[in-house]
Design a protein around this ligand. Sequence first.
Ligand code: MLT
Ligand code: ZN
Length: 487
Amino acid sequence: MTCVPDATLLDTLARLLGPKGFTRDPADLAPWLTDWRGRVHGAAAALLSPSSTAEVAEVLRLADKHRVAIVPQGGNTSMVAGATPPADGAALILSTRRMHAIRSLSAEDNVAVAEAGVVLSDLHDAAASIGRRFPLSLASKGTATIGGLISTNAGGTQVLRFGTMRALVLGIEAVLPSGEIFDGLSALRKDNRGYDLRQLLAGAEGTLGVITAASLRLVPAIGLRAVAWVGLRESQAAITLLRRLEAATGEAVESFEIVPDEGLALVLRHIPGTRAPLADAHRWNLLIEAVAPAGAADPADSLGTVLGDAIADGLIEDAAIAANEAQAESFWRLRESMSEAERIDGLAAKHDVSVPVSAMPAFLDEGRAAVEARFPGTRVLAFGHLGDGNVHFNVRAPIGVDDRAWLERDGKAVSAFVHDMAGARGGSLSAEHGIGQTKLADFARTAGPARLAALRAIKEALDPRGIMNPGKLVPGPRAVAQGGRSQ
Ligand code: MLT
Ligand code: ZN
């Protein structure tokens, strides 16, 4: 059990961090108490914004001594309320936003060393300034921070080629709950010294310490890119198309995203300035990006050939390749606005499931039918990263039903049903968003004793007083009995 911070501790922290680094003003705290989806509300005793690793270390040393909970926060864009403090108001939020320096950039080593509070799009810009790029992108790139992206092992739209955040992290600097600084920043491509603390901290959702900086892998800048919007009837055809593209273009295809017709309609209805790329509506839409380094052949040529052949033999119904960068961006905007359009449209039971890529077409079609049969009137909206086997298999309330009341009543059962469908196909209930608070109960229910025991043992070993981000990721013994919250 953690404790409420007393006045002496709060005074000590205020002196340590100064006025820019410490506030208890409710107006300053307000934006950080609710998750991005606006579903989970917490409270906190203070907002701490240290400006250096040494300050983070001193904060954690004090918090550990006084047994006070720390909730690390970056851009607060978690999809699973992983950075929202508990409702009891006893925790301290530790924001990394003042630690936003890019400490170094090396084109020779293909490495950037960025502090935890660096915003993803700022890292993209910095990498571009030396002719490189950081190959991870997602819709919240203008807000999400490096520390949070590592702590959640974020995915996004280029996982197909480059993997999730874990594959891009070469080194980590972090403060452990004891206040000790782990200096693992050196960006070695090979380092075989046993248990890998970097990979333990990646995806730990702030439950084992605070990541303060990271060495990140850069790759050559894109010379040319080709972005296509494809319409087709059968989800199975999408996988056939992906394999044809890979055969024709090697590793050029970086993004292979799927949007159903009802998803595109939602974006066109709610997001100003958007328009459909194809003349007719199609059951499924794909957004495909293929890239080439400077000086190589234009990827639009091979993409155009494969798509043309696919139309000719009836695999797909229609396709358009963006004629210029503005059009490419407008295609991407359709895909990246999916979540926002869905949020404007109303509440949904949200899911982030993965299954083997080959199992995804059946999962999309049979899963939808199964959910809509089991929960009559509900509407499945599944979109996302088809190329890497991860979709956001969201379920909306029946038309005319109050979505909040529906979610309160049926949300947990719907989510359990969807998660079990993924599990039955060898999949995961969290592909890229993490566990946070909203997946905790189902994670506890389905994880199995060996996984749970190992998770708890690691947590206990590194954070014996349980101060780091309590209530997230690591299910307590009562997590299943309590049933958690719905999505
Ligand atoms: C996406 O792929 O658009 C994001 O993961 C957001 C979401 O799941 O809503
Ligand atoms: Zn996603």
